[in-house]
Ligand binder design. Structure first.
Ligand SMILES: [Zn+2]
Ligand SMILES: [Zn+2]
Length: 380
């Protein structure tokens, strides 16, 4: 529909407005905040209406609590107030009116008091709430961090190909159920065929911190070789090239990853954790750490970490992995310990230097989620 695509174009061009139109007091910050809050509220209301279809199983019980209803009400009010501020301050009203419309829509659908319209459960669901919670949480954490300590101070929030990366984020969080199932399946199958109860009891009885360090090390050894295979074997590289097609590094760039790669990489790396029987607490700590860390290493964060960077993977280390420079090809495969790259001869971290750019020379990967999805299956 031409009218919808025209409207989307207008909205997008205001999000990507020139610097002068985005300064404090121009209503852009409040407009963007209003839009993010309004979309989040609407998604959460839809989650309340159809919990068995649109909410993550693990977080579902939380939506019945008074705290959640209060939180959602605050979110809706905040979105409304921000929209009004933007409408008053900003000449271009598209952000303000869009947000206002979404707030009214969310309220009409029941707002914070929306009740489930479903009589029965559903075996399959999409994590619409999971998307909202993830974007809000990582956004609140990493956007200010990037503003305070940027590697590239001129890089915008709505930078080159931000919509593609946000869509990657959207898909991988919406499909949380499928991804969890597919990536745990190999490990759980192996676990059910191995009867190492004494060993598992001994491992889960260790100190918690020791278990976490061991998990980090073992997963990193597996991850290192799977990752290296993705670089060296040409048909696998076509999948991984999608991750490397990012020409800008920030908190959303890590989300760009081919669906098959997510399944394979996670499927392999979780094997040692499950088969060796690490405690649930250790697994939870590790999963939370890796979630924050993988966002962090892609972020536009400018610290050099000269000392720490020798022992733990930092943004500069992983930025070199994404570098477009010749010396950045096939280096720094580790995700936790640069030691692995030193041992296996793929370490590259010149003192205080950063790559001159990101991506793959010649930019062979097409643009857009679906083109990139089919890219590995197409004849080259
Ligand atoms: Zn890579
Ligand atoms: Zn990466």
């Amino acid at each position: 529909m031409p009218i919808i695509s025209h409207y989307r174009q207008l909205l997008r061009s205001d999000l990507e407005a020139p610097h002068v139109e985005r300064q404090f007091g121009r209503g852009w910050i409040s407009g963007v905040a209003a839009l993010a809050l309004a979309i989040s509220s609407l998604f959460l209301v839809i989650g309340l209406l159809f919990p068995a279809w649109f909410t993550f199983e693990k977080t579902r019980s939380f939506y019945q609590t008074p705290a959640f209803h209060l939180g959602l009400l605050v979110l809706l009010i905040a979105a409304f107030v921000m929209a009004i501020i933007s409408l008053v301050l900003r000449q271009n009203k598209i952000l303000g009116f869009t947000s206002l419309f979404l707030v009214v829509l969310a309220t009409t659908l029941g707002g914070a008091n929306a009740h489930s319209q479903m009589a029965e459960g559903s075996p399959v669901y999409l994590g619409m709430d999971w998307f909202v919670l993830n974007v809000i949480f990582t956004g609140i954490l990493f956007i200010p961090l990037q503003l305070l300590f940027p590697r590239y101070p001129k890089q915008e929030l709505f930078r080159f190909e931000w919509r593609e990366d946000l869509f990657y984020y959207f898909v991988s969080t919406m499909l949380v159920q499928l991804l969890t199932f597919a990536s745990l399946w190999p490990a759980l199958t192996l676990t059910s065929h191995t009867h190492w109860d004494a060993l598992r009891a001994a491992i889960s009885g260790q100190w918690l911190w020791l278990q976490i360090v061991e998990i980090m090390f073992l997963t990193d050894v597996v991850q290192y070789w799977v990752h290296r295979a993705f670089h060296r074997i040409s048909w696998l590289w076509n999948f991984h090239a999608v991750h490397h097609s990012a020409q800008v590094m920030d908190w959303m760039s890590g989300a760009r990853m081919h669906f098959m790669e997510i399944v394979v990489l996670r499927g392999f790396t979780v094997i040692p954790m499950f088969i060796l029987g690490y405690s649930q607490t250790a697994l939870s700590f590790y999963i939370f750490y890796v979630y924050l860390h993988s966002t962090f290493v892609h972020a536009n964060f400018g610290w050099n970490f000269s000392m720490l960077g020798r022992y733990l993977v930092t943004p500069r280390f992983h930025h070199w992995h994404h570098g477009i420079d010749k010396e950045a090809i096939d280096v720094n495969f580790a995700i936790h310990f640069p030691l692995l790259d030193r041992v296996f001869g793929t370490y590259h971290l010149p003192k205080d230097e950063w790559p001159t750019g990101y991506g793959i020379a010649g930019h062979p990967v097409p643009k857009g989620y679906w083109n990139q999805f089919w890219y590995p299956f197409r004849k080259k």
